[in-house]
Design a protein around this ligand. Structure first.
Ligand code: UDP
Length: 255
């Protein structure tokens, strides 16, 4: 039996939310044995996202978990000041712990709603023992960040020997959220493993992974970490100057 891939996605209401979610859905529909855990950053699950999921063609769980107001990005603060999606990912982890049997053959992947994912990425993560890793494109101020690996083949385990990153290479696991997947059984065993809002900027991933594994446990994927199958993206905020005028004129009644 194929292990299930649980994709945990934090999401929040904004003008391009549905366009991003539909882009992600289009990829996920190509992946067998996938279960989408979509976690809205708000008090209650919204009707918009309920309807979207109900007609998505995917197997899914719909959760809501708000970020406290004081943790939210202020409009005038630089965008890197606060980690985002922290409590939403933790809600996804908690759901897995409650709903999967302890020795389940399954893997969890934290997929932000705005990145670009190759369909082939998901085959790479499916058979994860503990934590699998691979390169991420367009992140950390470089074309790609990646683990440097030794893959001898012929029954020898492949290992991560170093990391090729542009920023803070001193971190124990200098990778992006998009660059790893975790065995659900391991998440269930390591009951204290979750994301922490107290992590220093850029340390969310490394602090989380430190609770789960040692470097020797990492499983290189994507052709010994030479292939880029996921790209970190930041959508340009849609320009809605005319929309505001329509609203002021009371002519916007259809959305
Ligand atoms: N997100 C959220 N609430 C917010 C901001 C972001 O749930 O207030 C989600 C967002 O939809 C995405 C993830 O958290 O799935 C990461 O956000 P973003 O991509 O903006 O952060 P970045 O990776 O650029 O730091």
């Amino acid at each position: 039996d194929l292990p299930t891939i649980y994709v945990i996605t934090p999401t929040y209401a904004r003008p391009n939310q549905l366009s991003e979610l539909n882009r992600l859905r289009a990829v996920l529909l190509h992946v067998p044995r996938l279960w989408w855990v979509l976690v809205e950053d708000r008090e209650e699950r919204s009707a918009v996202i309920s309807n979207f999921l109900a007609s998505s063609g995917l197997q899914y769980t719909h959760l809501a978990q708000p970020t406290p107001q004081e943790w939210k990005q202020q409009d005038n603060s630089p965008r890197w000041r606060r980690p985002r999606g922290v409590l939403q990912r933790n809600a996804g982890i908690a759901w897995l712990r409650h709903n999967c049997p302890p020795y389940t053959a399954a893997v969890a992947y934290f997929a932000d709603d705005d990145n670009s994912y190759a369909i082939e990425l998901f085959d790479q993560m499916r058979w994860t023992q503990k934590v699998s890793v691979w390169p991420v494109g367009l992140v950390g101020g470089v074309m790609l960040e990646r683990p440097v690996c030794l893959c001898l083949g012929d029954g020898h385990p492949s290992i991560v020997t170093d990391w090729m990153v542009g920023w803070k290479a001193s971190r124990k696991f200098p990778t992006d959220m998009a660059g790893f997947a975790v065995s659900v059984a391991l998440l269930i065993t390591k009951t204290d493993a979750e994301f922490s809002h107290d992590s220093k900027i850029g340390y969310l991933e490394t602090d989380f992974l430190s609770k789960l594994v040692e470097t020797k446990d990492l499983e290189p994927r994507a052709n010994c970490c030479t292939k880029v199958l996921v790209w970190h993206m930041n959508a340009k905020k849609p320009l809605l100057k005319e929309e505001m005028k329509l609203r002021e004129l009371g002519r916007r009644t259809d959305v």
